[in-house]
Design a binder for this molecule. Structure first.
Ligand code: EPZ
Length: 418
């Protein structure tokens, strides 16, 4: 198990280059299955989840070539398998994203049920209901979602809940369906918009992505294309919090400030000076202690659940008391138990955590439980007195490219232990 050793107390300063968005790249790589030609995807982040997806596509017989600059060429034509096996899906539940493209392009898919994870049950009932509405036969048998359809037909789908990958799966399935599909109560996340941009680059006719009503006119085929993945807004937010929690000054480059409005508003409320340019965001904390800020997570454009753990770490050392309410997932406070080991004062009351800021955290061995929880432990360690050892950081490698190198570039005392 890889560990990270972090000596806290240093204000971070400098520039950090933001990578491509994991949660845009995953559906975009899956969407390559819809094409009748080779497609290339640029600005692909070098992450465990990406290599898992590339392995999944390879197992299907799809040809994937990774170029040195992390451009990925995908040729779906040699496909011979239409399934996503449990041994891969259990390591990355986003494998569910091959469901829509496989059924939309080939009329069949056998995808392992993703099962739950540390943060919640993670059901896929809305994915299944949408495919059934489009005329697919769906059975759940032996832990697999088995889907068959001659040709999907356009449907008017109303999603009971806002689901990001549910919206993405149904949008992809609708591209080659017969007729028009309307997805109401669609997720509005920027990653959904990025996927729609890629689909349209391949000749799809998707309108309304980024709003809660997406309309897809089915076409007969999708051709090849090149597309660059948008910057990762959650990685950006994580590094800005790293600047805030250490009282430093961090500029995130090659990012998209327009996708971070809710997060930037909370950083300003915490006392940071935040300035933005077309593709950069600078946070300057000026050595000040952050002010406690209340957080309540919501679907985009509300405050992102993927930034909740990072702001809990910030509130741990803030001046004042803050409440953090997690409205998206039922068990996304695992990091609170580990933060308490560093001296944090946190009380969990159902979906709400009450955080009483303390002047200083103190180093202790802690353990990562999920991707964003591990990020919050690294952030807290950057502010804690002494050397903190963060264990099970394979969670981090799933979603952050070269985290310790990027943090070292900002002046952090951080190293990976075998
Ligand atoms: C996506 O997960 C992201 N993952 C998550 O990021 C993110 O936290 C989440 O959206 C919310 O923004 C990817 O994009 C790969 P949902 P997803 O379906 O699509 C319920 C990270 O850290 N629901 O939007 O799986 C569900 O239980 C990860 O990068 C159903 O009830 O999340 C949850 O309460 C973690 N039935 C809510 O909807 C369904 O069929 C939102 O889940 C689907 C979802």
């Amino acid at each position: 198990m890889h560990k990270l050793a972090i000596v806290g107390g240093r204000p971070l300063a400098g520039d950090v280059r933001i990578s491509g968005a994991k949660n845009a790249c995953l559906p975009i790589l899956a969407a390559c299955l819809l094409a009748d030609d080779e497609v290339t995807v640029g600005n692909v982040p070098h992450l465990r989840d990406i290599t898992t997806t590339i392995e999944l596509l390879g197992r299907m017989g799809v040809e994937v070539t990774v170029h040195e600059d992390m451009r990925v060429a995908v040729d779906p034509r040699p496909i011979r398998e239409y399934s996503a096996p449990y041994d891969l899906v259990k390591t990355m539940r986003a494998s569910i994203l091959v469901l829509g493209p496989l059924v939309g392009r080939h009329g069949r898919a056998d995808v392992s049920l993703p099962g739950g994870c540390a943060i919640g049950a993670r059901p896929v009932d809305l994915h299944v209901a949408g495919l059934r509405a489009m005329g697919a036969d769906v059975e759940i048998v032996d832990g697999y979602i088995r889907v068959r359809a001659k040709r999907l037909r356009g449907a008017h789908i109303v999603l009971d809940k806002v689901t990001v990958t549910g919206t993405e799966n149904l949008m992809m399935a609708a591209c080659l369906a017969d007729g028009e599909t309307v997805i109401e109560n669609a997720a509005r996340e920027p990653e959904v918009e990025d996927l729609a941009g890629f689909l349209n680059a391949m000749g799809a006719r998707v309108a309304g992505a980024g709003t809660n009503r997406i309309i897809v006119q089915g076409v007969t085929r999708l051709h090849g294309a090149h597309y660059d993945v948008q910057p990762d807004r959650i990685e950006t937010g994580t590094f800005l919090v790293a600047g805030a929690i250490t009282g430093g000054r961090v500029r995130a480059r090659r990012t998209a400030p327009q996708y971070l409005e809710a997060v930037l508003a909370k950083l300003r409320a915490a006392g940071a000076t935040v300035t933005t340019g077309p593709d950069w965001v600078e946070l300057d904390m000026g050595g000040r202690r952050p002010v406690a800020v209340d957080i309540s997570t919501d679907p985009y454009p509300g405050f992102p659940t993927d930034m909740q753990a990072q702001f809990m770490a910030l509130n741990c050392i803030a001046d004042g008391v803050a409440t953090i309410t997690e409205n998206i997932f039922e068990n996304r406070f695992m990091h609170a138990l580990e933060l308490q080991r560093l001296g944090a004062n946190i009380r969990i009351e159902g979906p709400t955590a009450v955080v009483v800021g303390v002047p200083r955290l103190r180093a202790a061995p802690v353990m990562a439980t999920d991707l964003r929880a591990s990020a919050s432990l690294v952030l807290a360690a950057l502010a804690a007195e002494g050397e903190t050892i963060v264990d099970r950081i394979y969670h981090i490698d799933r979603g952050y490219e070269c985290l310790e190198e990027k943090l070292r570039g900002l002046g952090a005392d951080i190293r990976r232990l075998a």
